[in-house]
Design a binder for this molecule. Structure first.
Ligand code: NAD
Length: 276
């Protein structure tokens, strides 16, 4: 039997609608400041998507766009201003930053109470010790998709392919916090298929089109495809969707799977920051 396709777009829309209902009733609306430095085309697209989402939820879009040649000092100065501005509930610095700016220094300057992207050491530390506060948006969105579908995590063998700081490592931690047995694979893993075939829950976060083929998936597994790869002007994932969907129990599509959940979780984190 073919897999159930998890409709991330519909789940994200429902979450945003729920937030809007709560925010509509507030006198003062939550504010999100997305900081973009320079004109990286992909970053500009992402920032735009976030602005549209803010509008849908009724969150004030307090976007800050600085020119490419802005100095590290000036970016730190802006972060300080946003930290002290009571109208700003959440701060997100769009990555990557231009090469002359130290990313870590900028992220660490954000007040952890406004760290809606969850990349500050304080947020990562809290995740590590299972005191989740602001959780990075893509990993949080993946877990929410599983929860919304009623997929149990406890006791399951989860295999995460990819060990990045923004997806692979935090999602592995979230799964561990929920009592899954977790294997993390990466570019130096010897036999990837041997590992992925053990997965009850398989998360692919690599950035290589169709890396995960049907022979690498256990019958009935839950397959979450985080990858976004542009091939011939089309977006495709890290999973060979057409073949794998015939074998998996659940599968997320690309697009309209994990992507919309990332944005919904950013709005949710902003609302949480407002309530704190
Ligand atoms: P990254 O480049 O930082 O990390 C990729 C990881 O894949 C690395 O840990 C590397 O060791 C591993 N890897 C590379 N080749 C491998 C191979 N052959 N076998 C096993 N592991 C291998 O990437 P990232 O930032 O984690 O993003 C991964 C993908 O997810 C990208 O396609 C990115 O566009 C996408 N992404 C999507 C969202 C979303 O909202 N849907 C958010 C973030 C990233």
């Amino acid at each position: 039997m073919a897999a159930k396709i998890i409709d991330g777009k519909a789940i994200a829309d429902k979450i945003i609608e729920g937030l809007k209902e709560k925010i509509d009733g507030l006198d003062k609306k939550p504010g999100l400041a997305v900081v973009l430095v320079g004109d990286n085309p992909a970053s500009s697209v992402y920032v735009n998507i976030k602005s549209i989402a803010c509008e849908k939820a009724g969150i004030r879009d307090m976007k800050q766009h600085l020119p490419e040649n802005t100095s590290e000092e000036e970016v730190l100065g802006l972060i300080e201003e946003l930290n002290n501005d009571s109208d700003v509930d959440g701060i997100l610095v769009q990555l990557p930053l231009p090469k002359h700016i130290d990313e870590h220094k900028i992220i660490e300057a954000i007040n952890p109470l406004k760290d809606v992207d969850g990349f500050h050491f304080t947020s990562i530390g809290n995740l590590f010790i299972n005191r989740e506060k602001f959780v990075p948006c893509t990993p949080k969105g993946i877990i929410r998709l599983l929860e919304e579908e009623g997929i149990e995590i406890e006791g399951k063998h989860a295999v995460v392919v990819g060990r990045s700081n923004i997806v692979g490592k935090p999602v592995a931690m979230l799964l561990m916090n929920r009592n899954a047995t977790v294997t993390v694979c990466h570019s130096k893993t010897k036999d990837l298929g041997e590992e992925t075939r053990k997965a009850d829950i398989l998360i692919a976060a690599v950035g290589k089109p169709k890396l995960i083929t049907a022979d690498m998936v256990k019958q009935g597994a839950v397959v979450v495809d985080v990858g976004i790869n542009k091939v011939d002007d089309r977006l495709i994932g890290d999973v060979d969707f057409d073949d794998v969907k015939e074998k998996a129990g659940y599968i997320t599509p690309v697009p309209k799977g994990v992507g919309p959940m990332t944005v919904a979780m950013l709005l949710e984190n902003t609302f949480e920051a407002y309530n704190k």
